[in-house]
Ligand binder design. Sequence first.
Ligand code: DX5
Ligand code: ZN
Length: 220
Amino acid sequence: MSTKLIAPSILAADFANLQRDIEMVNKSEADWFHIDIMDGVFVPNISFGMPVLQAISKHAKKTIDVHLMIVEPDRYIKTFADLGSNILTVHYEACNHLHRTLQAIKAEGMQAGVALNPHTNINVLEDTINDIDLVCIMSVNPGFGGQSFIENTYNKVKQLKELILKKGASTKIEIDGGVTNKNAKKLADAGADVLVAGSYVFKSTNQIETIRDLNAIANS
Ligand code: DX5
Ligand code: ZN
């Protein structure tokens, strides 16, 4: 069994103490920083943008996984590479020319990710799966932290895992939204490789311990 990764979502951090929260992730057992960029158009919320990511990058010592919830993501691929993104995930629903977008992300030296909204079927990735490094299955409707997990996600993880195996792809499966100690094991068993967790980590009293527990559950 491959190692399951934990990616705390900085959206749920205390923005007035961002450096403190980044250092916490640095010294925890977490694997990645998950960074949510929202434009108020693709999703009904605005999170934060480039200057904040630049500040995060300065202190973050782990992989920076950027989740773009924006329209026309192609316009900003180079910008996000320059800001230190290691993985750049765009939404399937925001791309008219997904194949071209994936190539453009890789040409900037980043890994290419595709996120799917809860209503989007896995089979739309049949023809691109071999070009995708990471598929982010949204287990809530994107736009906000702290929402409850959509149960149909387990079926989607299994379907995606089958597609990846059928096509001989090396794509990682990431789950984003409502992840807790209650669903982590079942998600990992279904085939998830990366678990994003925002509120569950940052609203807990001992964040380091919460990350350690989540990691242990996902890898049990
Ligand atoms: C939702 C974001 C998620 C969010 C997860 O649009 O993409 O990454 O931060 O937050 P929780 O874990 O609180 O659901
Ligand atoms: Zn996200």
